[in-house]
Write a protein that binds this ligand. Structure first.
Ligand SMILES: Cc1ncc(C[n+]2csc(CCOP(=O)(O)OP(=O)(O)O)c2C)c(N)n1
Ligand code: SF4
Length: 411
């Protein structure tokens, strides 16, 4: 991939830079980064550097999402997916944990790293491609889904990941996001939701709660926030999940399922920004509160949570909406059984509405929806094959340009 660098955009702080070949990423201009003390001695970027013994190389793709992507000849490990770039996030940023989980799970996919492509937009999280030793591009604000659509369509042999933030994906990139979701392009989107603009130093974002006081909303935000999972389901995305930066096991399981899915996989990651929005997700992380705060979604299981599973989810027979009840009051047999494969997205959408839109006290976590549907890029490649089979490329192009009708312009 040709490297492009030094193209200043917008506020002059970010650069459009393609990360070139694996092992030699191109460094972008230093972004507008909060001033913080250097990382404490002994702290490693990307979490513990423990090197796991590589498992045997897989002999088949882990799921249809990776069909067509060549397998690695030798087993890889996390180091193979770690670039030589200095990681430049603030100490304690949730992005480190996601990067560590990503570098840890990529070898488990068993694919060649040379066939891995990571496309990001602009934001703190969008620095991600520099830190993974793969092909990639730190691209244009909000446009990663459009660029990734091109990559996925042109390269059937690539595993394509999009890295984006709540500002990048839902403000400037909102339009691109909904269209990649409805098209069902075969790629995986990781949306780092910290409910704030981190890179530009703490303005409110489309996921900030009403009343949020920030530099750009000194009297409190007036905007109703997006629920990213509801938005994705409204666009009928075929794989939609939510996970948490600090829960390595859950994050890894969800990312694996997302990569295995053929079509667009959308994963919202609750990501702490300790500098500008610390503890936005404390309720789902703290030992004292998380049992009451996390509604775990497991396909085929009754939806039950709380201390000793005392709470559960039922459907209101009149409104059809999902509601939270005390299990003792209604009986365990009344609880809704999660069906991630329900064809109609309204089941998953209903569950997504159990998320607090204000300060977060409760949220469903897990895979909301995982259904099969034709992927845009597969269909597009079929059309190209069909068109090519109908004549030489030159003839096909001429026919396309000429069209079916001709006009004679007189005058
Ligand atoms: C066209 C354009 N508009 C605005 C900006 C300024 N800008 C850079 S990043 C960003 C938002 C980043 O927020 P988010 O996607 O949540 O990422 P985070 O930094 O929090 O990871 C904005 C508004 C820009 N660089 N380019
Ligand atoms: S998201 Fe917040 S903590 Fe992380 S690098 Fe950006 S400003 Fe720093």
């Amino acid at each position: 991939m040709t490297a492009v660098s030094g193209h200043d955009i917008a506020n002059g702080q970010e650069s459009l830079a393609a990360v070139s070949q694996p092992t030699r990423p191109v460094r972008a201009e230093r972004p507008d980064r909060p001033e913080r003390p250097a990382r404490p001695a002994g702290r490693t970027a990307g979490g513990p550097a423990g090197r796991r013994a590589p498992a045997a190389a897989p002999t088949a793709p882990i799921g249809p999402g990776l069909a067509g992507v060549p397998l690695a000849l030798e087993p890889l490990n996390r180091k193979d997916f770690t670039s030589d770039q200095e990681v430049r996030w603030c100490p304690g940023c949730g992005d480190y944990a996601v990067l560590a989980a990503f570098q840890g799970f990529m070898p488990e996919l068993g694919i060649r790293k040379e066939n891995t492509v990571i496309i990001s937009g602009i934001g703190c999280s969008s620095r991600f491609p520099y830190y993974v030793d793969s092909f990639g591009m730190h691209s244009i604000h909000g446009r990663a889904p459009a660029i990734a659509t091109g990559v996925a369509t042109a390269r059937e042999d690539a595993a394509v990941f999009v890295i984006t933030g709540d500002g990048d994906a839902l403000s400037i990139g909102g339009n691109h996001l909904i269209h990649v979701l409805r098209r069902n392009v075969n790629l995986t989107i990781l949306l780092f939701n910290n409910r704030i603009y981190g890179l530009t130093k703490g303005q409110y974002s489309p996921t900030s709660e009403i009343g949020k006081v920030t530099k750009s909303t000194p009297m409190g935000s007036l905007d109703n926030p997006f629920n990213p999972v509801s938005l994705a389901l409204g666009a009928e995305a075929t794989f939609v999940a939510r996970t948490i930066d600090s829960d390595r096991k859950h994050l890894t399981e969800v990312l694996k399922a997302a990569a295995a899915h053929r079509g667009t996989s959308f994963v919202e990651i609750y990501q702490n920004c300790p500098i500008f929005n610390d503890d936005a997700f404390a309720s789902v992380k703290e030992a004292e509160t998380k049992a009451e705060a996390i509604i775990p979604l497991q396909h085929g299981e009754p939806i039950r949570f709380g201390v000793d599973g005392a709470k559960g989810v039922v459907r209101n027979p009149v409104s059809g909406a999902f509601e939270i009840v005390d299990v003792d009051a209604v009986g365990a047999d009344q609880l809704v059984v999660h069906d991630a494969h329900a064809a109609d997205p309204s089941f998953a959408f209903g569950l997504s509405r159990l998320t607090d839109s204000g300060v977060l006290h409760r949220a469903p976590i897990g895979i909301f929806r995982d259904v099969e549907a034709p992927a845009y890029d597969d269909l597009a490649r079929e059309q190209v094959k069909l068109a090519s089979a109908q004549g030489s490329d030159d003839d096909a192009l001429q026919a396309l340009v000429a069209g079916r009708d001709t006009w004679t312009v007189v005058g």
